[in-house]
Write a protein that binds this ligand. Structure first.
Ligand code: CP
Ligand code: NVA
Length: 303
C-alpha cells in the first residue's frame, strides 16, 4: 500500500482539506470544553528539526500528548542524521519504530527522499519550498473569523518564499484569488505561478495587491537559512511593510495574518500586529495545535 504523506497541501484533495479544517475546529471546541478523547494512545510521533522552531515543535508535541500519544524531538546535533547517515537509511529505520514523522529541513528534495523510504506518514513541518502545516492553521483561522475563503481575495505582501508557495497551493484548493506583491528578484517559483495563472497575479506594488483584499498576509523578509542576506533584503523590501495605511486599501472587514515570528518595523508595523480588530495572529498561532491534531488523525486513519 502506498503511504499517504503531507509534503504539500496538494497531497490532500480539496474535500479532504475542508474535512481536516472542520475537524480542527471541532477538536478545538472539544479541547476547550474538556470532551476531547485520546485516540493516539501508544502512538509515537518522531520530530526531526534541522531548523529552529517554537510554534511547530510545541504544537506537535503538545498535540500528540493531548491525544494520548508521545513525541520524540530529534535534532541533527545528537542523531546520526547530523553525522551524514543517509536520509534513506534514517527513513527506513525511524519508520519501523514510530507511527508518524514530521520533518523541518532545508531542501524539499530531502523530505521527498525521506518520504519515499518511510513506512509511515511523513509531514512537512517546513522546507525551503513549502510550509503546508501553517496553511492548515491559516485557513482554519480565516474560516473561524470570516467563513469560507472561496471567492475571496488574498494579498501576499513580501518574499516569494515557502509560505508564499503554500498560499499559491491554498488558492487553488480553496478557490480564492491571490495577489502577490514582491520586489523584483524575490518572485515565487515561476512554474508554480504559471500552473496557477488563472488565480495568481504578481505585482511590484503592495498597494495594488492589497486593494480590495479580504485577507492580507506577510512573512519575514529573510527566512531561516538566509540570515546573511538580512541587511540586503531590508533594502530590497523597503516599502513592503504591512501597516494600517496599507490595510486601509483592503476591504473594511479584511484580516491580517503572519505565521510568526514577526519582525516589527520590517514586514509589519508593531501597531498593526497588535491591533486585534484586524490582526488574528495569536488565533492563527494557536490553530497550529488544532489543525495538526486533525491532520495527524487524518493521516493515521488513512494509512
Ligand atoms: N510559524 C512557524 O512555523 O513558527 P516556528 O518557526 O516557531 O515553528
Ligand atoms: N519563511 C519563514 C517561515 C518561518 C515559520 C522561514 O522559512 O524562516
Amino acid at each position: 500500500m502506498t503511504v499517504r504523506h503531507f509534503l504539500t497541501l496538494k497531497d490532500l484533495s480539496p474535500a479532504e482539506l475542508q474535512q481536516i479544517i472542520a475537524r480542527a475546529i471541532e477538536m478545538k471546541a472539544q479541547h476547550r470544553n474538556g470532551t476531547a478523547d485520546e485516540p493516539f494512545h501508544g502512538k509515537v510521533l518522531g520530530m526531526i528539526f534541522e531548523k529552529s522552531s517554537t510554534r511547530t515543535r510545541v504544537s506537535f508535541e503538545a498535540g500528540m500528548a493531548q491525544m494520548g500519544g508521545s513525541a520524540l524531538f530529534l535534532s541533527p546535533r545528537d542523531t546520526q542524521l547530523g553525522r551524514g547517515e543517509p536520509i534513506e537509511d534514517s527513513a527506513r529505520v525511524l519508520s519501523r519504530m514510530v507511527d508518524i514523522i514530521m520533518i523541518r529541513t532545508f531542501g524539499h528534495d530531502k523530505i521527498e527522499r525521506f518520504a519515499a523510504y518511510s513506512r509511515v506518514p511523513v509531514i512537512n513541518a517546513l522546507t525551503d519550498d513549502f510550509h503546508p502545516c501553517q496553511l492548515l492553521a491559516d485557513i482554519q483561522t480565516y474560516v473561524e473569523h470570516r467563513g469560507d475563503p472561496k471567492g475571496k481575495t488574498v494579498a501576499w505582501i513580501g518574499d516569494g518564499n515557502n509560505m508564499c508557495h503554500s498560499y499559491i497551493n491554498a488558492a487553488a484548493m480553496c478557490d480564492f484569488k491571490l495577489n502577490i506583491a514582491c520586489p523584483e528578484g524575490f518572485d515565487p517559483d515561476p512554474e508554480l505561478v504559471a500552473a496557477n495563472a488563472d488565480r495568481v497575479t504578481i505585482t511590484r506594488d503592495p498597494r495594488e495587491a492589497v486593494t480590495g483584499a479580504d485577507w492580507v498576509v506577510t512573512d519575514v523578509w529573510a527566512s531561516m537559512g538566509q540570515e546573511e542576506e538580512q541587511a540586503h533584503r531590508e533594502q530590497q523590501f523597503a516599502g513592503y511593510e504591512v501597516n494600517h495605511e496599507l490595510m486601509a486599501l483592503a476591504h473594511d472587514d479584511a484580516i491580517f495574518m503572519h505565521c510568526l515570528p514577526a519582525h516589527r518595523g520590517e514586514e509589519v508595523s508593531a501597531d498593526l500586529l497588535e491591533d486585534e480588530k484586524i490582526s488574528v495572529v495569536w488565533d492563527e498561532a494557536e490553530n497550529r495545535l488544532h489543525a495538526q491534531k486533525a491532520l495527524m488523525e487524518f493521516l493515521l486513519q488513512h494509512n
